[in-house]
Design a protein around this ligand. Structure first.
Ligand code: F2R
Ligand code: MG
Ligand code: MG
Length: 347
């Protein structure tokens, strides 16, 4: 794959996370039928009306007022993804203390963090060791939340050609906040889905079942939870059902095993379109920002940044660590990947 194509996929995965997160954030926690009603109201508006235009724009899902450029906000999903990318771009590999420090420095409570992650980040700010806090959560079982999967796109693209290192780093970055096996495996699976999408050329026919076979072969999930979910995805792709039955079947919750599969399904259900995959993901309701962010990461890694509608990028917040910063971060991560490769003595 040529350098420009790969660079576009790095940008697509990181900005795809941002777009999916921001699109879903206003409707996080909504039940699918409330969301479907809101969408129906919007659809019934006359073509060309401002509110109708909003439907097609990034934030028309809840038909608020016009969204001035630069004001659509991201949540914890993107904020933590930024920390992962910053650390990998700086070090060219996993450095636990550095990544944990960046999570803690970037942390803003108003971004809608999960309670477990919130507590870990406060402890890190007070000097706790990066690998000694998360294991105490939830009575010592650790978190199986989707917080480690929602932020993992940088790992997926950076190690798209090295599945063993991808798994190692996806799990290690997870342990900063999530030590439950289902939380770690969800992060590894989401990272690998991003990698598989990045490795495929977008203008070739994507076979969803071959994609699922690749994911199944990668799993190391003793509980069989994710293998069963991949089988459910295959079954739902073979015999399509209304989208909220898909959400009910796969799960649209805050837990990794009840949200990563829905994101993978949204991408595989509409592999030809970044926009449709992300809208599909968000329409599930439930953990809409995170399922949107994860579907955006996979679809962005597959299609590349050119597939993200400009009018979806324009409203994104663009302050100190906003849209343009995330774009530069993706460029830096891609450059670091090549620097790593040129530094590696040829075998
Ligand atoms: N937190 C939210 N959304 C709710 C509030 C958002 C609202 N709009 C606002 O603005 O305030 N979203 C974010 O949280 C999810 C990622 O959460 P993360 O980082 O995994 O956190 P946590 O707390 O570790 O896990 C989430 C919940 O999962 C359950 N859980 C996890 N492990 C468990 C265990 N071992 N036993 C029992 N329950 C467990 C708990 O309910 C956790 O709170 C994303 O959606 C992000 O967008
Ligand atoms: Mg969030
Ligand atoms: Mg969420």
């Amino acid at each position: 794959m040529n350098d420009d194509r790969l660079r576009s996929k790095f940008l697509g995965a990181l900005l795809g996370t941002f777009v999916g997160d921001a699109l879903g954030a206003p409707v996080e926690g909504w039940p699918p039928d409330r969301l479907a009603d809101a969408l129906q109201d919007l659809r019934d508006l006359p073509e060309g009306s401002p509110r109708r235009e909003m439907y097609d724009a990034l934030f028309g899902l809840i038909s608020g007022g016009p969204v001035p450029p630069g004001t659509a906000r991201y949540t914890d999903d993107t904020q933590m993804m930024i920390g992962v990318a910053e650390s990998l771009a700086e070090h060219g590999g996993f450095e636990g203390p550095d990544m944990a420090r960046r999570f803690a420095e970037n942390f803003e409570g108003k971004r809608g963090y999960g309670p477990g992650a919130y507590g870990v980040l406060l402890a890190l700010r007070q000097g706790a060791a990066w690998d000694e806090v998360a294991g105490q959560l939830f009575g010592g079982t650790g978190s199986y939340g989707n917080g480690a999967a929602m932020r993992v796109a940088p790992v997926g693209v950076f190690y798209h050609d090295d599945p063993a290192e991808l798994r190692r780093v996806a799990e290690l970055q997870a342990t900063i906040t999530h030590t439950h096996p289902l939380g770690k495996e969800g992060a590894a699976l989401q990272a690998f889905a991003v990698a598989c999408a990045a490795r495929r050329e977008p203008d070739t026919e994507l076979d969803p079942f071959t994609f699922l076979d690749d994911l199944r072969a990668f799993l190391r999930d003793d509980s069989g939870t994710y293998a069963a979910k991949l089988d459910d995805i295959a079954e739902l792709l073979r015999s399509p059902v209304p989208f909220y039955e898909v959400g009910e079947a796969l799960g649209t919750e805050l837990s990794a095993h009840e949200s990563v599969p829905a994101a993978i399904y949204a991408f595989l259900a509409v592999p030809h379109s970044f926009r449709e995959a992300v809208l599909y993901a968000v329409r599930f309701g439930g953990d809409a920002d995170t399922i949107g962010a994860m579907a955006g990461a996979i679809a962005g890694a597959y299609h590349g940044v050119e597939a993200i509608p400009e009018r979806w990028l324009a409203p994104l917040e663009n302050g100190a660590k906003g849209r343009d910063y995330v774009r530069e971060l993706a460029e830096a991560l891609c450059a670091r990947k090549y620097q790593n490769q040129s530094d590696t003595p040829s075998q």
